[in-house]
Design a protein around this ligand. Structure first.
Ligand SMILES: [Cu+2]
Length: 171
């Protein structure tokens, strides 16, 4: 499945679930990876936009692909980067606010994978938003993506720049 068709699927399922809010939450460039075929954990990354007039919050994640799925971030602790479970979730500010989940930062964490993440697989993932409700998408596994590619830096990054990567990552 191409990235484009999976994004279309996202829009379609959201429209069915919450017609009034269909335009408000938009997900760009989702992908999932794990460190090796033996890994029992994996992570997913994406950029989420809130085009609505009210702030929202990503408060939960579920997936049949792992025993436990959590929202994580990385914090530096005495020079060591550690992953932390963020129970309160991540804020999505109103008016095109953006949540960037990327390597070394905020991410969706899969613990106890039910099957290894293999290149070309898609991982079903349900995101729960405080206001907009649930949204299910198929996240493509991309083990080859460069960590620095795709999302750029979290600060001062323009919406339009994200689209620039679409062509290079489409199959
Ligand atoms: Cu993690």
């Amino acid at each position: 499945m191409s990235l484009k068709s999976s994004l279309l699927g996202v829009c379609a399922s959201l429209a069915l679930a919450t017609p009034a809010l269909a335009q408000q939450i938009e997900i760009h460039h989702p992908y999932a990876r794990s460190a090796s075929p033996m890994a029992k954990t994996g992570a997913a990354f994406m950029v989420i936009y809130n085009h609505g007039d009210a702030a929202d919050r990503l408060i939960g994640v579920t997936s049949p692909a792992a025993e436990k799925v959590q929202l994580h971030t990385h914090r530096e602790d005495d020079g060591v980067m550690r992953m932390i479970h963020v129970e309160e979730g991540f804020e999505l500010p109103a008016g095109d606010g953006r949540l960037v989940m990327k390597r070394g930062g905020d991410h969706v964490m899969f613990m106890g994978l039910t099957a290894p993440f293999e290149q070309g697989d898609t991982i079903p993932l349900t995101l729960t938003f405080e206001t907009s409700g649930e949204m299910t998408l198929d996240v493509p596994v991309d083990l080859e993506r460069d960590p620095d590619q795709g999302h750029g830096h979290q600060d001062g990054h323009q919406h339009g720049q994200d689209h620039g990567h679409e062509n290079t990552k489409d199959h």
